[in-house]
Design a protein around this ligand. Structure first.
Ligand code: GLV
Ligand code: MN
Ligand code: MN
Length: 418
């Protein structure tokens, strides 16, 4: 078998999705929103054009598409990513992997005979965690690592509870764990994604293979001082929550001093947020990442220690709530080697990369399913912004590499063991 994928059609699908569910101000596909549901409806229309597949949604809101194989008890190979996006995000993050998987499924369905093993496409629900701060929601439900009590009361910027947002999309949070059945019998998981960093562009390569993802520790921090009138109150008597927050932001950066560490304060809000009052309340999020679990723990401790000192200096209370954490994840050695070989064969060169960005593949791998990701280069390394882009030749190279890799993994999975 040598699968022939129509990469131009995949690019046309991506552009159509961007025209309908994005635009000059970026993506409009925030998870659990009307916009996201309507992007998924559009996707459903694309699926309806393929013969011989079935489509359904699991208990956690992930969409699954199945093309049965000649041996339907032989397990299945999964290809996928996510359609949800951060607000004003780019046109490729997540969508490239879903549209690439659609291209693979179309090619398999058009090949005239069933694949030797079943192939499933997945569109994971809420990879980004942009609305409630909890990333990889659908994939971790499928991986068995989502505890409903950890996320039920998370609120978005408008105060909506996560549990209620899911329920408005017909997902019962307490039943979401049943999605674990979807990974039973999975032989391999493949995901194509943009790099969201500078390495492939710098090295002049279209496609790289990902060896794993960094560990993440994410906290919501609440700093309580005292709101007072800004004109009347002396500087040395203030309990300014924002000044304490600003010092904490710098401490977060300071603790990310080695080249492999990452730390981001991506959201901050103050109250009462008027020019004439000292902020009495400051809330912010801290997202810390490192490929080494011990180094990540040390970063987190350093920031906690800094917060304790700042609280004393500024006479404020600082409370940390851990919103989410995931350990560093290594992808499957054999699939990484096969991915690298395939990328070299299809594109003429490749490199192994580690991912600081999170991906559903990490949740899947942590459930014991052999997983690997392919990255295509990102213009300027920019992502989570409307400027996110990749030249068509690199996108097409990524789609062709995904198809070739899927073809090989499917063929390999069909062979009897031993
Ligand atoms: C997802 O984009 C992440 O890296 O958090
Ligand atoms: Mn993504
Ligand atoms: Mn993203």
């Amino acid at each position: 078998m040598n699968l022939v994928v129509d990469a131009d059609r995949v690019l046309a699908d991506l552009k159509e999705l961007h025209e309908r569910h994005g635009g000059p101000d970026g993506a409009r596909r925030l998870a659990w929103s009307e916009d996201w549901l309507s992007a998924r409806e559009w996707f459903r229309g694309k699926l309806d054009e393929i013969d011989g597949i079935s489509v359904d949604r699991d208990e956690a809101g992930n969409v699954w598409v199945e093309l049965p194989g000649a041996n339907d008890d032989g397990g299945f190979v999964i290809v996928g990513s996510h359609l949800d996006a951060v607000p004003s995000g780019g046109w490729l993050d997540g969508c490239l992997g879903v549209m690439g998987a659609l291209g693979v499924l179309r090619a398999l369905a058009a090949s005239g005979s069933p694949p030797p093993v079943t192939v499933r496409l997945v569109d994971w629900a809420d990879e980004e965690g942009a609305r409630f701060g909890r990333s990889l929601l659908g994939s971790s439900a499928a991986a068995g690592t989502l505890d409903p009590d950890d996320v039920r009361d998370l609120r978005d910027a408008k105060g909506t509870r996560l549990q209620d947002a899911l329920s408005a999309c017909d997902v019962d949070l307490d039943g979401a764990g049943a999605a674990t059945s979807r990974l039973e019998g999975a032989l391999a998981y493949l995901e194509l994604h943009i790099e969201q960093g500078p390495v492939l562009e710098r090295d002049g390569l279209s496609v790289g293979v990902v060896t794993g993802t960094a560990g993440v520790e994410r906290h919501a921090v609440r700093i309580r001082g005292q709101a007072v009138q800004g004109g009347g109150f002396p500087m040395d008597a203030r309990r300014d929550a924002l000044v304490a927050g600003a010092r904490l932001v710098l401490a977060v950066r300071e603790a990310a001093r080695d080249a492999r560490s990452r730390a981001t304060v991506g959201a901050i809000a103050v109250r009462p947020a008027i020019p004439t009052a000292v902020p009495g309340l400051c809330e912010l999020t801290i997202d810390q990442r490192h490929p080494d679990a011990d180094a990540l723990a040390a970063m987190v401790n350093e920031v906690h220690d800094a917060a304790a000192r700042i609280a004393v200096d500024e006479r404020v209370a600082i409370d940390f709530e851990r919103i989410w954490a995931i350990a560093p994840v290594a992808f499957d050695d054999d699939l990484v080697a096969l991915g690298e070989e395939t990328a070299r064969e299809v594109t003429g060169g490749s490199v192994r990369l580690f991912s600081g960005a999170l991906h559903d593949a990490a949740a899947v791998a942590s459930a014991g399913v052999p997983a690997v990701m392919l990255f295509v280069q990102s213009a300027g390394g920019i992502s989570h912004a409307p400027e996110e882009d990749t030249a068509p030749e690199h996108l097409a190279a990524g789609v062709r590499t995904l198809a070739r890799l899927a073809d090989r993994v499917i063929a390999r999975s069909a062979r009897p063991p031993g």
